[in-house]
Design a protein around this ligand. Sequence first.
Ligand code: ASP
Length: 407
Amino acid sequence: MESFISKNRLVLGIIAGVLLGGAVGSFFPEFGAGTQIIGELFLNALKMVVLPLIIVSVTLSIMKVGNLGSLGLKTIAYYAVTTAIAVSIGIAVVTMVQPGDGSEMLKGTMPEVVKSKEGFKVTDILRQISTPNLFESAYEFQILPIIIASLLFGIAFGKLNKERQLVLDLFESMDKAIMKVVHWIIALTPIGIFGLIAGKIGEAGGGDEVLRLAMQLGKYVFCVLLGLLIQGFVILPLLLRALSGRNPVTYFKDLSESLLTAFSTASSSATLPLTITNVTENAKVSPKISKFVLPLGATVNMDGTALYESVAVIFIAQSYGIHLGGGELVVVFLTATLAAIGAAGIPEAGLVTMVLVLQAVGLPIEGVGMILAIDWFLDRFRTTINVWGDSIGAAVIEKLEPDENTA
Ligand code: ASP
């Protein structure tokens, strides 16, 4: 019993943080809202370490991996297939349940950030791949160009002759130091998560208010959660079992700290330090593979977001009384996939890129206002599935890569 407790102390602490935060935010909303600062400090600490972590992890991983082409292709293929499955589940569930049919139209204000995305195009997503200024990207927390630059430098460092070992040693040392800082921050997770949960529920007006909102959009909330449940607890575990041979229950336990953190922060990118630690240290997936697969996944692979985008858009269409035909559903399928790839790993990013899907099928972007009030709540569930999908990706790719690449 004692060894169980000491081994799982952090997870137990995080669960206590979630429950206590939930209770304080629900029953003492004002006090809960006041604890938001604790959550903010914790979130900032995580975000602070994310950029150095990504730069060093990706560069190091690329320097060590023999065959980047094979690793890159397999990673992209895994991400594409799981995202496509997620969108299909979303479309199937929302078409069967029809949450928007006959529902009372809910009006809501449209956030500025969504309004400013009017005219958002596929090329705007492509544009995120490159940047003229890496510092500006870092300042704006745009991770994709940072990953791509690290990738390029990693390849170049790997091609140096006598300096290669020097650079490798330097990056190995930086990696060790960064992971030390990550562990210090992780030790604070229970208290940080308490602040995040209590603060958010308190800010939303307490447990009753959250419940009232969830009930108001009950069928829509049900569709999103049901879809996420199928993706997270049926499809992804089956893929993990079939492609990596791992036991999904054990893997889930190994990942529990990062999944709870994803739920509390609603940010895949901020959760990345925990995801890397859990995948490499608890689940013992090769760091060489995971330190490439996970940063990329946190940025572009979003199963939960993809599923939610399709459910939300079709729900909005149904509420407007607009029937989407087969061709339009194909457009939703394609654009929801792109919108999920284009969404940053930060809170409610999916709500913003949804503009792309709405516009593609000719729906008014004001429709976003209908689901806005409950979006922060659903964001937590979809982010958890996003991180779960990335983590399973690391185990799957490790297995699919030849042995000489995974030492
Ligand atoms: N919050 C999500 C994430 O960080 C993105 C989104 O769906 O809004 O993974």
